[in-house]
Design a protein around this ligand. Structure first.
Ligand code: SIN
Length: 301
C-alpha cells in the first residue's frame, strides 16, 4: 500500500460517514488522512457500554465505548458501500471473541475489493475478553496461525500497552505472519463520580486513556517494539502536531495515527501531515514555531 503521506486516523476516532453527511463532497476534496481506519467491526451487532462513556482529563480523555457497531452483516450492507467512496485506501478494524470469530471477519473482508488491509483489534480494554489475545505472545501467535491463511490482504496487529511486554507480542505477530503492527491502544484507567462517593463515573467501570497524557508512553513502546521487529509500525498516542508525529517516526514508526486530537479539531490529520512534511523537508529540524492546539483551532477556523 503506497500512501501520499504517513498520517492516518486511529480506529474509532473519526467517523467518516458522519463527516461526509456534515461536510459533503468537501470532505472528499480535503480528506485529512492518507488511509482511513474504520471503527472496530464484530461478528454480531453490539450496543456498546452503558453511558457515561467519556471522561475528560487535563491531558486527554478516558473512553469506555465498548465497540458499538452494526455487526458484520450490517457493516457490509450499510457502512462498506459508503466508506468505499472515500478517496483513500480503507483499512477495516475487526475484533472477535474467539479465534473463529476473528477468522470469520478476516475471511469476509479478505474477499472484498473495497478493503485494502485489516487491523486486528486484540487490544480493546473495554470488553471483558477482548484483550487476552493481544496481551500474550502465545495467544497472538495462535490467532495469527488461525487467520493468516484466510486472506492475502495485509494484516496489521493492534497492540495493547496494558501488558508486560508489547515487544514480545509484536515479535510473536511478526513470526506468525503479520504484515505490520500498530500501537499504542489506550491505557486502562478510571475516574470517580464527582458527587457520588466511590462510584465509578464510566458506565463500563473502567476505560482507556488517550491523548497527550499517553504520548511519552507511546514513544517508549514504539522504540521498544522497533528494537525487536522489522515490520512496518503504525505509531500513535497523543499526537497533536507534526513534531509529535516526527518524534514517533524517530522512535521507529513508519506511519503515524492521529486519534484523540481529531475530536477537538476534525482537520487535525491534515494539519499534522502538513507540519510533518515541513519538518522532514527541513532535515528533521522544526522550521517554524509549532502552533499550540488553541492557535491551531483559530487557524483552521
Ligand atoms: C471502545 O470502543 O471501547 C474503544 C475501542 C478500543 O479501545 O479498541
Amino acid at each position: 500500500m503506497r500512501l501520499p503521506h504517513p498520517i492516518v486516523n486511529a480506529s474509532g476516532t473519526f467517523d467518516a460517514i458522519a463527516a461526509r453527511r456534515a461536510f459533503g463532497d468537501a470532505l472528499l476534496a480535503r480528506f485529512p488522512f492518507a488511509a482511513f481506519v474504520s471503527k472496530t467491526v464484530t461478528v454480531e451487532p453490539r450496543e456498546g457500554n452503558p453511558p457515561p462513556r467519556l471522561w475528560e482529563l487535563a491531558g486527554g480523555m478516558i473512553n469506555s465505548i465498548g465497540l458499538p457497531n452494526k455487526g458484520l452483516a450490517g457493516y457490509l450492507a450499510h457502512d462498506l458501500p459508503q466508506l468505499a467512496g472515500l478517496p483513500v485506501p480503507l483499512i477495516v478494524n475487526v475484533m472477535g471473541f474467539s479465534r473463529d470469530e476473528v477468522g470469520e471477519l478476516v475471511a469476509a473482508f479478505g474477499e472484498r475489493a473495497e478493503v485494502s488491509a485489516l487491523e486486528l483489534n486484540v487490544s480493546c480494554p473495554n470488553v471483558k475478553t477482548g484483550m487476552v489475545m493481544g496481551a500474550d505472545p502465545g495467544e497472538t501467535a495462535a490467532l495469527l496461525d488461525h487467520v493468516r491463511p484466510r486472506t492475502a490482504k495485509p494484516l496489521i496487529v493492534k497492540l495493547t500497552p496494558n501488558c508486560t511486554s508489547p515487544a514480545d507480542v509484536a515479535a510473536a505477530a511478526e513470526a506468525h505472519g503479520a504484515d505490520a503492527v500498530s500501537l499504542v491502544n489506550t491505557l486502562r484507567g478510571m475516574a470517580f463520580h464527582p458527587r457520588r462517593a466511590g462510584e465509578p463515573w464510566l458506565g463500563g467501570g473502567t476505560g482507556g486513556v488517550s491523548g497527550p497524557a499517553v504520548r511519552a508512553i507511546a514513544l517508549a513502546q514504539v522504540a521498544e517494539v522497533r528494537a525487536r521487529i522489522a515490520l512496518p509500525i503504525v505509531g500513535m498516542g497523543g499526537v497533536q502536531s507534526g513534531r509529535h508525529a516526527h518524534d514517533l517516526m524517530q522512535a521507529g514508526a513508519d506511519v503515524v495515527a492521529v486519534g484523540t486530537e481529531s475530536f477537538r479539531d476534525p482537520l487535525a490529520g491534515a494539519r499534522v501531515a502538513a507540519e510533518l512534511g515541513e519538518i522532514r523537508a527541513n532535515g528533521g529540524i522544526m522550521p517554524f514555531a509549532q502552533p499550540g492546539p488553541r492557535q491551531a483551532i483559530a487557524h483552521n477556523v
